[in-house]
Design a protein around this ligand. Structure first.
Ligand code: FMN
Length: 170
């Protein structure tokens, strides 16, 4: 069974346990790599052409405006087919309760029929938010595994939990 791990993750300033810290590697990227280590497969990073502000507060305002306008930001590169995969892990940070709009840009370009889709979301309190519902709205024809919420501040300590979850999905 072939696995694909799609992820978006933002390095730089983020909100960690109540204060702003600068992350060298994004929380979601850490988790996406744990999935790959546990079950194998290809990692694909979703990256926007236009970078979000490095400043955390400005970034939250940019993200809110995108969500409200249902923006689909342009991506540096995107997959146009997932025909070779059986299982797709969709990993992203919680931005205002769901994935960043850039994740939806990628998801909406793909044919999901016959795929098994799992959500992983890193967050600072919102858990999975509405991401599973949002995935179900987009990934027509897919079946859905159980989602996993990882507290972003604990991402680096989450390897065993992420690995156990990923192995149970495939
Ligand atoms: C624009 C923005 C919006 C966010 N909104 C939420 C939110 O609604 N709920 C929440 O729990 N965390 C929120 N966070 C915190 C991130 O979800 C959390 O720090 C996540 O682990 C970041 O992952 P990353 O390093 O992979 O980008 C937000 C962070 C940013 C930058």
């Amino acid at each position: 069974m072939a696995n694909l791990i799609l992820y978006y993750s933002r390095k730089g300033e983020n909100y960690v346990n109540g204060s702003i810290k600068s992350l060298q590697k994004g929380n979601t990227e850490i988790c996406a790599e744990y999935i790959q280590k546990a079950v194998g497969g290809d990692l694909f990073e979703i990256e926007t052409v236009k970078a979000y502000s490095a400043d955390y507060m400005t970034c939250t305002e940019e993200a809110k405006a995108e969500l409200q306008s249902k923006a689909r930001p342009a991506l540096k590169k995107s997959l146009d087919s997932i025909a070779g995969y059986d299982n797709v892990f969709v990993c992203g940070p919680c931005w205002w309760g769901t994935y960043p709009c850039a994740v939806f840009t990628q998801l909406e370009q793909l044919d999901w029929h016959g795929k098994k889709v799992m959500a992983l979301m890193t967050h600072e309190g919102s858990g999975l938010g509405t991401c599973e519902r949002d995935l179900k709205g987009i990934c027509a024809g897919a079946v859905f595994g159980k989602g996993l919420a990882v507290h972003g501040a604990d991402a680096a300590r989450s390897e065993s939990a992420v690995a156990a979850w990923a192995k149970a999905q495939v």
